[in-house]
Write a protein that binds this ligand. Structure first.
Ligand code: EPU
Length: 337
């Protein structure tokens, strides 16, 4: 285990913001982490648990302890007729798991190709894209309880997964360090092709339906729309798509027939925040060194040398103008520290 003091987080957040934390604790084994958390007391307000850093915007130094769980490994722990159960270390790259699953012909994560970040972060914000969510395949979550300094296990149902949300983001925030996640993947893949242009992409290529081809189609669609973090430091979608009641959605649709609306259930709908932002004229615009990506208005980028406050200022201006025009508040999905 490595403990560093007054440590720069520049290489640990995809916006590339140069802030420091008081302590940085990197652990690759549960036993050493358990021993460490047992020796000290931690105030959840002075704790930050970092995965790939693709969901944080740092606006100031962090005067607390950053935990960086780096447990590794992808192991098939059991199987039955329909499923395999795969236990994955929190420190594995999410996309490494997707590659592994596709190579071994297991279904359930192929639409989530190329999402940046670590496996340990997937249950926290229930990463999702192209009609699939990580929560649909998560079977169990293993974590360390920071207060009790003991290993705990959660079933998927305890985690309360919903759109970009889970108990780890709310009542359990900073209380548990996720160390490993057990996924339940299907032996017979169930293809999900309804979202956006997956089907047309596959038809264009004239290829058969397979996990590999779906993964490749998703990669190609994402590359078309989303920036490469190396060229455009960003955190993917900066905002969540706002959830509104169906009546509000109907009312907005009457006024703005082009607004993309997705039904969640009988009472709730999701609106495309990117569309709302684009209509307000923000797409491709910048304020100082912070900008709105020209191909996807949900993505804010550091155009070089921006500090966190500059990006957060831009986000606030966007949020206000969307509210003024549509009466809907959009909320950041990124954690602003
Ligand atoms: N749209 C615009 N302007 C834009 C971008 C999109 O009007 O600049 C419209 C599109 O035409 C489409 C709708 O908005 O009708 C939705 O666009 P898209 O399919 O690109 O999806 P999204 O809702 O903007 C969400 C996720 C993405 C994920 C895609 C695909 C959130 C906050 N974001 O974006 O996630 O890749 O769906 O499933 O839910 C990420 O988390 O970093 C991320 C990129």
């Amino acid at each position: 285990m490595e403990i560093r003091e007054n440590y720069s987080l520049k290489a640990y957040n995809t916006f590339g913001i140069d802030v420091r934390c008081k302590y940085f604790v990197e652990a690759s084994q549960e036993s050493e982490l358990l021993e460490f958390v047992g020796a000290y007391e931690f105030d959840p307000d002075e704790v930050l648990i970092l995965g790939g850093g693709s969901n944080f915007l740092f606006t100031a130094d962090f005067d607390g302890t950053v935990f960086y769980p780096m447990m590794k490994g992808i192991e098939l722990v059991s199987e039955d007729e329909e499923f395999v159960y795969v236990r994955v270390g929190a420190g594995e790259e999410w996309d490494t798991l997707v590659d592994w699953a596709v190579e071994n012909s297991y279904g359930g994560v192929e639409n989530l190709a190329l999402i940046p970040g670590h496996v340990g972060a997937a249950p926290v914000q229930n990463v999702g894209a192209y009609g699939m969510e990580a929560g649909d395949t998560i079977f169990k979550v293993e974590a360390i309880d920071l207060e009790k300094a003991k290993q705990v296990y959660f079933d998927a149902v305890d985690c309360q997964f919903s759109y970009r949300d889970s108990a780890f983001k709310r009542e359990w925030k900073n209380k548990y360090i996720i160390t490993r996640v057990v996924f339940r993947l299907t032996k017979q893949p169930i293809f999900k092709l309804e979202y956006g242009s997956i089907k047309s992409e596959l038809e264009k290529w004239g290829v058969e339906l397979s996990l590999q081809n779906i993964q490749q189609a998703i990669i190609s669609i994402r590359n078309e729309k989303l920036p490469d973090i190396k060229d455009f430091p960003s955190a993917g979608s900066f905002f969540k798509n706002p959830v509104v009641d169906s009546r509000t959605a109907d009312y907005l649709l009457q006024q703005y027939p082009g607004l993309p609306v997705y039904t969640i259930d009988e009472e709730n709908c999701k609106l495309a925040a990117a569309w709302l932002i684009e209509q307000c004229g923000w797409k491709g615009k910048s304020l100082g060194n912070a900008g709105v990506y020209e191909k996807q208005a949900l993505v804010l980028v550091n155009q070089g040398g921006a500090d966190g406050t500059e990006i957060s200022y831009l986000a606030n201006e966007i949020k206000k103008s969307v509210f003024m025009r549509f009466g809907v508040w959009i909320e950041p999905e990124v954690n602003i520290i």
